[in-house]
Ligand binder design. Sequence first.
Ligand SMILES: Cc1ncc(COP(=O)(O)O)c(C=O)c1O
Length: 255
Amino acid sequence: MQYDWYRRAQESIAQGSLTNSKRAETFIKGITPTHVKSGQGCYLFDPKGVKYTDFVCGLGTNLFGYANPNITMAVSQQLTKGSVYSLGSTLEVECAEAVKDRFSFVSKVRFLKTGTEAAIAAVRIAIAHSSRNKVLSSGYHGWADQFISLTPPATGVPKQTHIEQFTSLDQLKTDIACLIIEPIITEYNEKRVEWLKQVSDKCRKNGIILIFDEIITGFRKVRDMIKKILQKIALIFLISLFIYIATITIRSLFG
Ligand SMILES: Cc1ncc(COP(=O)(O)O)c(C=O)c1O
């Protein structure tokens, strides 16, 4: 085992790790390496070159596998053109257009650097727009004071009076500016979809801005929907083909 890297991390990094869930203590001692040197496809390699199959995908961020050749090439090509320009880039416009193309309900896009910042911005916009200042929250929305104040121990976070944990539809009253929620959680099921519809209806009725903070699914659900639509089209095509062949056969048999 690479305990040398573990020791060095403990000595140089606060709490030994940059992300809580990646701490060596959360994995099986003696089985999982404490640190990784590189990744390729679905494999990770420890500092001694031992290969492991990775089911975590970098907490879900590596949808296409580590060092995916297409992504690597696109990023390398872009790096040769410079980055962080002094003006808006054509690429950000193309990227925003690509998001709009995939989600018919998106009218405009704003890119931020982290999920925490996006959640803070969304809540701030909702408060400004609604002229109300109470916020309800359900799920994880990053480590800003207001969100983390709802999760014990919240050490070092000043008391936040404007935000409450969302636990019941009865809380959706007309003085609430917004509800920020993680729509698709790991226990995703039909009942939750029904419940989300009720939440959405009540928010609309009481003028509450409903913020969906969705990170886990990436673009996979949309792709699933497209796949389902394509499957339906393929089925309709097969049924039409079958009717066509049957008609020709009947005609040729009975004149
Ligand atoms: C739903 C949701 N919102 C916000 C965040 C915070 O994102 P970041 O760590 O990029 O600040 C996360 C992170 O896991 C998240 O899952």
